[in-house]
Design a binder for this molecule. Structure first.
Ligand SMILES: [Zn+2]
Length: 275
């Protein structure tokens, strides 16, 4: 039984709430995967493309469309790409959210290890005067201990689970945590995240454009939230930023989306007026 989050009508007469979210992973997933990657310059450069090049394209596109994004960033990226943090902050409309420190999957960490990742990620943001209120686990893996710690650290929401395609209250930790679910089909990585080490598809963007707009139509018909998850190292490739441009334009042609950050959506959530 899912405890769904309740929402009032979307602002400005919108018929759907759309969250464009971006995981700026940088080199952290590679370095977190093992010390052997620290000398593999090609692998690392693929990650580096995100904050160094792809992010600029994403920010330019969001500015053109006047859309706020939610940026989930590992602390390692925060520490090693301060210009990326400044560029996101300079727009004045985007949200920063927690995405671990070394992008270590929670399922491979004990409680102390998870706590360390959370604290180091918060400390990295704190050096920029930023306190994130949202969390997305690296690789979308979560444990019950994570949920308990998110409540302890005062996070307002999290975005890693998939038990519903509507926001709900996840009850596996010590306190209910607002879940803003995503899905692999609404993420750029399974389609475009090719590496010679992990494989991948390099899908036709026309196909993905159609899937993402079909999901938008479904969300609009149900007047619900829909979250898209992207990575500047993938969506920031030129041809894919053009696809995202077409998706945004297509949404505005089809309906009246409220493009919002996860924090803006979380602020409207309630359950029986209690939380
Ligand atoms: Zn990530």
């Amino acid at each position: 039984m899912i405890t769904r989050a309740e929402f009032p009508a979307w602002p400005d007469g919108a018929d759907v709430a759309v969250a464009l979210t971006f995981d700026v992973d940088g080199e952290a997933p590679w370095l977190g995967a093992g010390a052997e990657y620290s000398r593999r310059m090609t692998a690392l450069s693929q990650g580096r493309f995100g904050p160094e090049r792809g992010l600029g394209r994403v920010l330019d596109l969001l500015a053109v469309h006047q859309i706020p994004g939610t940026f989930y960033i590992p602390g390692h990226t925060v520490d090693h790409h301060p210009d990326a943090i400044s560029a996101i902050a300079a727009a004045g409309v985007h949200e920063f959210a927690h995405h671990g420190y070394m992008h270590l999957g929670t399922e491979g960490l004990d409680e102390a290890g998870q706590r360390d990742e959370l604290k180091r990620g918060l400390a990295a943001f704190d050096r920029h005067g930023i306190r994130p209120i949202g969390y997305r686990s690296p690789g979308w893996e979560l444990t019950p201990e994570t949920m308990t710690m998110l409540a302890e650290f005062g996070f307002s929401y999290e975005s890693s689970l998939m038990a519903d395609d509507r926001p709900y209250w996840e009850l596996s930790g010590s306190q209910p945590v607002l879940e803003l679910p995503g899905h692999w089909s609404l993420c750029d990585w399974p389609y475009f995240g090719f590496t010679p080490y992990d494989g991948g598809l390099l899908a036709n963007p026309d196909t993905v454009e159609r899937i993402w707009l079909e999901e938008f139509e479904s969300a609009r018909a149900e007047r619900r939230v829909v979250t898209y998850t992207m990575h500047p190292e993938a969506i920031g490739r030129g041809y894919l930023t053009r696809m995202l441009d077409r998706v945004i334009t297509g949404m505005r042609e089809r309906g009246q989306p409220w493009f919002a950050t996860h924090a803006q959506i979380a602020a409207l959530a309630s359950s029986d007026g209690e939380r």
